[in-house]
Design a protein around this ligand. Structure first.
Ligand code: CO
Length: 315
């Protein structure tokens, strides 16, 4: 017999809305347990990080944007930098351009100094997030502070729809104290973007309506989060391991789980604590042409970006 959950999993996301699957929280005052359990997103695939180098020779763990998972619309890339040996990261990312998308830097430990062609300059330390909309183009450098002796950070690339690829560059630099942290049933949550459990994250005005959460689930706990059912979503394990979805697929450190459709994300910690980054956002559904630091819609636009860069028309 086809269970309702199987039926829903087999349907395209648009059909979920027609079936009345909504992602709203239960009415105020009504405990969640009295409502029918919303369908949990299941794990479609698990991608293990591969080690690579980028910038001037920084050692990275890449899950998204490599051979295993080139694209998860609108997400383009996910890199983790994590080392206590400065030789792995001190070369940094000297001055380089970006055009046509957004770079998101989330620091857990250590520090990165950034500087750009329009005069922005700052230092990102543990707990900070920077959401940079490159738009029509920016030149910047991102240099880890080797004197700290260690680093743990993530860089995510998020696409821009065609209508915004030529927008003015914009930074949102958010210090650790401005990222709300709350205790929810089954975990502790930092809300960087979007909303969770009544708290709204500080990142604003992003086209793909992202949710970005850093969630720690203690041993034995089960964490449940409601999210818009039609958004693309993934979980990336920062520490330990978690069992995700109805099938309780185990996902471990440096693995990225692509999540299917459904109204909730369910994560259980077995005997060890698990910490994950959750990302969800609206897919863009446009052609993607990417090369190096540029993400456009066509090859001709990439050629133009390289030509603009060589001729000083970026930044
Ligand atoms: Co950059």
């Amino acid at each position: 017999m086809l269970r309702r959950r199987d039926l829903l999993a087999a349907l395209p996301s648009g059909a979920l809305a027609m079936l009345g699957c909504r992602s709203e929280t239960p009415p105020r005052g009504e405990p969640a347990s009295s409502a029918p359990a919303p369908e949990a997103r299941d794990v479609l695939s698990v991608v293990a990080a591969s080690t690579t180098k980028d910038g001037a020779g920084v050692k990275l763990s890449r899950t998204l944007g490599g051979k295993g998972l080139p694209l998860l619309d609108p997400f383009l890339l996910l890199d983790e930098i994590h080392s206590d040996d400065p030789r792995d990261f001190q070369a940094g990312f000297p001055r380089h351009p970006h055009r046509g998308f957004e770079t998101v830097t989330y620091m857990i430990d250590g520090a990165i100094e950034h500087r750009d062609s329009v005069g922005n300059h700052g230092r990102l330390e543990g707990g900070a997030i920077q959401w940079m909309t490159a738009g029509r183009g920016i030149l910047h450098s991102e240099m880890p502070d080797a004197s700290v002796g260690r680093i743990f950070g993530l860089q995510l690339w998020v696409n821009l729809p065609k209508r915004l690829k030529w927008t003015e560059p914009r930074y949102q630099d958010i210090g650790p104290a401005n990222v709300p942290e709350l205790s929810a049933e089954g975990g502790v949550v930092r809300v960087a973007a979007g909303s969770a459990f009544g708290s709204r994250g500080p990142v604003e005005g992003i086209a793909v309506a992202p949710t970005m959460l850093d969630v720690t689930v203690p041993p034995g706990a089960t964490f449940t989060l409601e999210l818009p059912a039609t958004q693309a979503a993934f979980a990336y394990l920062l520490e330990g391991a978690l069992e995700l979805g109805a099938s309780r697929r185990r996902v471990a450190r440096r693995e990225l789980a692509v999540l299917g459709g459904g109204a909730t994300i369910v994560a259980r910690a077995a005997s060890e604590q698990g910490r994950m980054l959750i990302l969800a956002a609206d897919p863009i559904g446009e052609p993607v042409a990417r090369r190096g630091p540029f993400v456009m819609n066509t090859e001709a636009e990439l050629d133009q970006a390289f030509d603009d860069y060589r001729n000083g028309r970026i930044g």
